[in-house]
Design a protein around this ligand. Structure first.
Ligand code: ADP
Length: 214
């Protein structure tokens, strides 16, 4: 099965991709993760991507395409893959279509994780990580007792560097302006399946299973 997960930053693509990996035995291919790995290894593409990533802008298309091409050629992607965070603009969608045509492996479905922008903003701005347990919490949505437990354990609720207001606003803008047009594109070629992404991760996962049945 070859799937694209489409959705704004914070819509839960990463979480749902991991659930699909567990259920279908095909790899999650996240351009965000691949770029962060390049950066960590100190490679030339990683260093080129850094400034854009830090600022919440899209990294150059040809760089992302090169990375994704290499990843999809790997053995474990032979029977399918879940693309998470790619494509993110029209050029990337065209590049992907061409790449998959060349290897004769068309997409089966594009799942749109649909979520209210206000909730999204709260998910992103409220996200904190407990410095003791590493647990990801949200000051707007987590039960008060979980937040209190973290403090009681001597933990601090740490705000991720790329979750600052300015970068979040830019990431959401980039999504609105460059990624949202892909919804119409995939609808027009009959690949789009819209999934309500509000509720718990389990509820969303169940909706995805249903959406993949038809
Ligand atoms: P988010 O959930 O905030 O979108 P990601 O981990 O998917 O986080 O991506 C982090 C950053 O990596 C993006 O803000 C962008 O700079 C870069 N990036 C990821 N995927 C792509 C892509 N397909 N094209 C260009 N840049 C990308």
């Amino acid at each position: 099965m070859r799937i694209v997960l489409l959705g704004a930053p914070g819509s839960g693509k990463g979480t749902q991709a991991q659930k699909l990996v567990a259920g279908h035995g095909i790899p999650q291919v996240s351009t965000g993760d691949l770029l962060r790995a390049e950066l960590k290894s100190g490679s030339a593409p990683g260093l080129r991507a850094k400034a854009d990533m830090d600022a919440g802008r899209l990294v150059a298309d040809e760089l992302v395409l090169e990375i994704i091409k290499r990843r999809l050629e790997m053995d474990d992607a032979r029977n399918g893959f879940i693309l998470d965070g790619f494509p993110r603009n029209c050029t990337q969608a065209q590049d992907l279509a061409q790449l998959l045509r060349q290897i004769d492996k068309p997409l089966d479905a594009v799942l749109l994780l649909d979520i209210d922008m206000d909730i999204l903003r709260k998910r992103l701005t409220g996200r904190r990580t407990c410095s003791v347990t590493g647990k990801v919490l949200n000051i707007h949505f987590s039960p008060q007792q979980d937040l209190d437990a973290s403090i009681a354990a001597g933990g601090e609720l740490v705000h991720r560097a790329d979750d600052n207001d300015e970068t979040i606003a830019r990431r959401l803008n980039v999504y609105q302006e460059q990624t949202r047009p892909l919804i119409e594109f995939y609808k027009s070629i009959d690949l789009l399946r819209v999934v309500d992404a509000m509720g718990t991760a389990e509820e969303v996962s169940e909706r995805i299973q249903q959406a993949l049945k038809y």
